[in-house]
Design a protein around this ligand. Structure first.
Ligand code: 5GP
Ligand code: ZN
Length: 118
């Protein structure tokens, strides 16, 4: 899609540090990492976010968790674990409207990720 930052990264029009690629998926390092490992996994089709999903999208995503697992293992996170985040919509903090999963690891993380209101 024209004017989409992540479509441009897939097309190689904007440089990125690639960590994984296959027919359907592309993964690269976040430009502003919040942990020692911070990878963004994106589909090669333009989907805004989970709320943009259709039956067709769902089929495309059928191996999504296997790809996440493959990248986590490749990054050496199988012992320590990792966090998988998919911000969906503006209130959640989504800033780039091409679906992406954050794979974050390599440090202790607290939960919840924000102060809980009484
Ligand atoms: P969101 O806030 O939408 O969940 O996540 C977008 C992520 O994309 C952010 O973590 C941000 O640092 C990352 N990002 C934004 N622009 C670029 C870029 O040009 N290159 C890379 N590698 N990451 C980017
Ligand atoms: Zn896109």
């Amino acid at each position: 899609m024209k004017d989409c930052l992540f479509c441009k990264i897939i097309a190689g029009e904007i440089p990125s540090t690639k960590v994984y690629e296959d027919e359907h998926w592309f993964a690269f390092r976040d430009i502003s990492p919040c942990a020692p490992i911070h990878v963004l996994l994106i589909p090669k089709i333009h989907v805004k976010n989970i709320l943009d999903f259709t039956e067709e999208t769902s089929t495309y995503f059928s191996n999504f968790f296997l790809i996440v697992k493959k990248i986590a293992e490749q990054e050496g996170l199988e012992e320590s674990g990792f966090r998988l985040v998919m911000n969906t919509g503006e209130q959640s903090g989504q800033t780039v409207f091409h679906f992406h999963a954050h794979i974050i690891g390599g440090k202790e993380m607290g939960w919840p990720p924000f102060p809980v209101q009484e």
